[in-house]
Design a protein around this ligand. Sequence first.
Ligand SMILES: [Fe+2]
Ligand SMILES: [Fe+2]
Length: 251
Amino acid sequence: MNEVIWKLQREAQRIASKHPLPEFYSRFKAPLAAAKKIFYKHPGAVRLRGMAAPDYKEALGHGIFHCTRVSIDCAALILIETDGDRMKPVALQRLMVIGIYSGILHDICRDEQNHGECGAEKAKTILPAFSLSKNEIACISNAIRNHEAFAPSAVAGSQWAQLVSDCLYDADKFRWGADIFMHMIWHMMDYQALSPQELIEKFPWGMSGTVRIIETFRTPTSRQFGPEIIENGMEIGKEIYRYLLQHYRES
Ligand SMILES: [Fe+2]
Ligand SMILES: [Fe+2]
């Protein structure tokens, strides 16, 4: 990452730090902590992360950092959405593990044209090395296939598979909030070797796509708390855009 991009990222992180955390991250601290614990301690999750890491490049901003955030939010959403379902703790933990596996693998084919479909097929070749049933592997594969924005989504074979699929989608789209401007955009800028002026040109188009994602959330929790996550990102984005115009607009 060159000096200019590095400085822009630091500035973006400074701007973002002035904005309050969206309510999802304060209200659901306990489910998020439970999800984090599984993500970092569950032997299968640790092993899968190690296996997947070499396939991930930070290049397009969809590397291990992104997958970590998606995995944790996905498992937290599963826990929140099943609150009141009286699931046995073991079954619930299993579902959260499946959510985390989906999150770890969901962008494994990020560089491919149809990366959801490709990732779904690749997951089927990786997951038999883990102690998962055929249905569980199908559930993860289906969730990965369904995670792309503004694309049709197949109905899952069971209520639980549908929940994992919907939670993975929403957790991935939460990244269209502050994460874009704190992390992803700078890696993309670096990868595409964009100048600040070229970034300025692309900015309004990118922002208009971001706002459309609000209408696509799939779980009740995300429909309630997701818009704030995206709007928070938009506010940060607007400030960064102003900063770019101030410092880099060609005269
Ligand atoms: Fe993706
Ligand atoms: Fe993703």
